[in-house]
Every structure is written in C-alpha cells, then in structure tokens.
Design a protein around this ligand. Structure first.
Ligand code: FRU
Length: 490
C-alpha cells in the first residue's frame, strides 16, 4: 500500500531530500563558493537502510540544489563522517590544478560485526567520488566505532580526527599527515551527559566574542539530550593541544546545545567564509521518526545557524542565531507593530500569510503583570465527534518558573505518545524583557531566546488549514515592545 503523500508538510526553507529517508548531515564543508551538504540517506525507501551519502549544494545555506547520491552503499553501508579540502595535497589524490576533497566516513558492515573508517576523494568539486583502494584507513576490529570528524590542526601541521566509541562514552583522537595513515593519540570521555551512547563528535576551534586574539575549543557530541531517553546534543568548552582535550568545566557539568527534542548530529562547516562557524542538525528523533508519516520523504534538517562562544556569568557558552541569509529581505516583512499592551487573547489583523506557515517572528515582550504569555501558532478551531478542539502549538513563557517552552501536545497529528510533550528551559529575563526569534516552517518550530542564549527546536505536524496566529496572556497584562513578522514562504 502506497502511503498518502503529504505535500502540506513539505518544509519551505528547511532541507529535505526530494524523496526518501534522511538522517545526519555529513561532510559539512565549504569549497569554491558552495556549501556542501551530504547526508545519511536511503536512496530507495522512505525508511532507514541502504545507507549512502546523499548530496546537495547551496550558495547561501537556504536554497539547495539537489545532486545525485555522492557515495553509494556497496558491500558496506556508508555511515556518518566529514569532508575536508586537501589544500596542500597531503593525500596525493589531487589530479588537476585544484585541491581535491577528501571524505572520511564510517563503513558499517551491516551484518553487525564491524565499523571501520574509510576514505573517498573527489577531484570535481564533490560531484563524483572514488573510494580509496586502501580502505579501511582505520580498523580497530570493533563493532561500535564511528562518525569521524576531521580538521586541520595548524600548530602541529597535521590532520586531527575525532571519532567515537559510542558505548564507552568516549571521543578518540587520531592524527595524520596524509589523511590515509592515522595514529591514535588521545581520548576524552565519561564526562557530562552519560545516559545515552555518544555519536557524531565535532571538535572546533572557535573565536571568543569580544576577545579578538582568543580562541577556545568546543567539543560537541550527540547523545542524550535534556530529556531522559531522548537524543540531543551536548558540548564541552576547553583546550585542545593536538592530542588531548581538556574540559574547562567540572566533569559533572552538562551543557546542552538545544532544549527541544528534534536537533541532532549537527556538525559545524569547515572553511566557511570569514571564519564563520555555522551548523545545522538533523531535525528529528530516533524516538519517534518511525511513526512520522511524511511522504514521499522522511527527515529534515534544522535551519542553518551561526554559532558563537560568548562569556556569561557561568562561563563561556554556545550561542546560536539563524544565518544572515535567512534574515528576511525588506519586502519579506509583512507585519510590524510596536508598543502595544494586551490582557487577553489577541488576534492580529491581516494575517493571511500564515496560510503558508513559513515565517520568522521577531518579538520583544515586556512581562508587566502577566504570569504566562506568548504566542499560539498553526492554530485551527476544529470539531471532532461534536467536540470542540483547538489545534495549536504554543510558544510561551512561564514567569513563575522563569521557563521558556514549546507546547506541542495539541499541535495536530501526534505521531506517537512520546511526541506529545512540552519542551522547556530556563531563561532569565533582563529588565523584564523576553526577546524571541521564532522560525516556523510547515512542520517545525525553532525558538531562539535572548539573542540565541537558549534554543528549543521541535517538529510539529499541523492538520491542514491550521494557519491562525495569535498572542496570549493567561491573565493580566503584557506589553509587546516590538513585533516583526517576515514571510519566508517565497
Ligand atoms: C546518528 C547515527 C550515527 C551513524 C548514522 C547511521 O544518528 O546513528 O552514529 O553513523 O546515524 O545512519
């Protein structure tokens, strides 16, 4: 039986494959004006399997050109990994006058016996790939050993690979002069979040905002998130000397990248222009992806985000902001209003654009006397079996607990019981002001609070016609200092 197609759920500005399954973003590298997005892909079915690297390129991280499968399965499945531009031809794989691209990925021997690290290279800007005849480049004869992330380490003039032993909560570091011969040098692990296996590590050197000559190292891993049993991402801030990573915080400190349930396996781009650090993640969860009914595709990427290391009273923390190319052009601005108060539900006039459910909201609330306030999006008043129901996704702020939340318990089609939930995180108001940037796109909501200090990313599956939008306060007064809505459906 062919599943019913769901065009109304096809994201407008979030990446999906034309058809079939995707999970992790892979091989994030910028080369000759193109951002490459390779991704875990099943080219044949709308479920996990036949894992291969799908491929797309973009000039701005928003509009993507789909390309044929870059690295197809053969006797092994092609699991997650990274790609670099070998500027000095250290590998010797370059054939023409331009540097070649080299991908390092995990080959999964899907009889469940082994995972090993493989190499492939491309001399035509990532369009076609040759699997290295000498594969595997690293084989420890282990069942769980995956997701290599490779960077060039300038001080030691060599390549560094971070790769995980998932079940031992460890990132292992290898170094190489030529991307082919690797030496095991150090490891980091058993700190932070340990409830779930570690996957998809990324080690990046990041500028520290406001300190022009200072950099710090950030080590990210995908594992358990803020919710028990749910996947998410954590990060560590510290120093890396070419062989070992030293955590600045105590081993117990848990730092999360995102407080929603749908942000996983994000890896920052290598060689992005102006030394920008930018990443995007797989926007779903292994917990309920099977139950999600999008067709003919399954899985989407998050919006691309710039990441920053910013000093806070608790130390250096990761901040995120949607990339500038998502920042709406002037003519995308469809609604603007300043300085108004309200004390109950507030519908805004002329909101036809919401029929697209693809927009960015920038809003600044001043709390006043309200205890619970925010926005309702993708709303629809419906009647089922003569019972009135209200479909909606709430982005709200609970002043008593100083918590920002997304409530998707009534957000439309609920794939399974684990999905219906409220995701929340502590956000402290500054001068009673809550500043939000919210990205809405058909099946997703991403909320950036207080200039990207905290982010909540969640999927939603609104029933068709859910396109009302309103502001609410549970009781008493709240003030909107500014509200800007930009149509991103174009
Ligand atoms: C993470 C992950 C990786 C693996 C890939 C397989 O989502 O499990 O560890 O390489 O997906 O598709």
């Amino acid at each position: 039986q062919t599943p019913k197609e769901t065009p109304h759920w096809r994201p407008t500005y979030h990446f999906t494959a034309p058809q079939n399954w995707i999970n992790d973003p892979n091989g994030m590298v910028y080369y000759q004006g193109e951002y490459h997005l390779f991704y875990q892909h099943n080219p044949f079915e709308n479920k996990w399997g036949h894992m291969s690297w799908g491929h797309a390129v973009s000039k701005d991280l928003v509009k993507w050109e789909h390309l044929p499968v870059a690295i197809p399965e053969d006797s092994v499945w092609i699991f997650s990994g990274s790609a670099v531009v070998d500027k000095n031809n250290t590998s010797g794989f370059q054939t023409g006058s331009e540097p070649c691209m080299v991908a390092l990925y995990t080959a999964d021997y899907h009889d469940g016996k082994k995972e090993a690290q493989y190499l492939a290279y491309s001399n035509d800007r990532g369009r076609t790939w040759t699997k290295y005849a000498g594969n595997p480049v690293i084989d420890l004869h282990m069942t769980d050993f995956r997701d290599p992330h490779v960077i060039w380490h300038e001080p030691s003039q060599q390549w560094v690979m971070s790769v995980v032993f998932p079940k031992e909560f460890k990132v292992i570091f290898f170094t190489s002069k030529n991307l082919k011969n690797w030496t095991r040098v150090g490891e980091f692990g058993n700190q932070g979040e340990l409830r779930k296996i570690w996957e998809c590590p990324a080690l990046v050197e990041m500028p520290v905002e406001g300190s022009p000559n200072k950099t710090k190292w950030v080590l990210m891993v995908s594992s358990n998130g803020t919710y028990d049993k749910f996947e998410g991402m954590q990060y560590f801030v510290g120093d890396f000397d070419g062989t070992n990573f030293k955590n600045d915080n105590s081993p117990e400190t848990k730092l999360y990248v995102d407080y929603g349930k749908d942000f996983y396996a994000a890896i920052p781009y290598t060689d992005a222009p102006n030394n920008q650090k930018v990443f995007l993640g797989w926007m779903s969860s292994w917990h309920y992806i099977e139950a999600i009914k999008t067709s003919p595709w399954k899985g989407q990427m998050s919006a691309p985000r710039n990441i920053f290391l910013r000093q806070t009273s608790e130390g250096l923390r990761l901040f995120q902001d949607p990339v500038a190319t998502l920042k709406p052009k002037k003519d995308y601005l469809v609604f603007e209003k300043k300085n108004f108060e309200f004390s109950k539900e507030k519908q805004l006039d002329g909101m036809t654009l919401f029929s697209q459910n693809a927009y960015m909201i920038e809003i600044e609330f001043e709390k006043k006397s309200a205890s619970n306030f925010g926005l309702r999006i993708a709303q629809l008043k419906d009647k089922i079996d003569n019972k009135k129901i209200l479909h909606q996704t709430i982005v709200g702020y609970d002043t008593q607990h100083s918590e920002l939340y997304i409530d998707r318990t009534n957000s439309g089609v609920i794939p399974n019981n684990d999905f219906a939930s409220v995701e929340k995180t502590n956000v402290n108001l500054k001068n009673n002001i809550l500043k939000l940037k919210i990205l809405v796109d058909k099946t997703s909501v991403e909320v950036f609070a207080n200039d990207g200090e905290k982010v909540i990313s969640d999927l939603i599956f609104p029933v068709e016609g859910s396109n009302m939008f309103s502001l609410f306060t549970s009781e008493k007064k709240v003030k909107v200092l500014s509200l800007k809505i930009s149509d991103l459906s174009k």
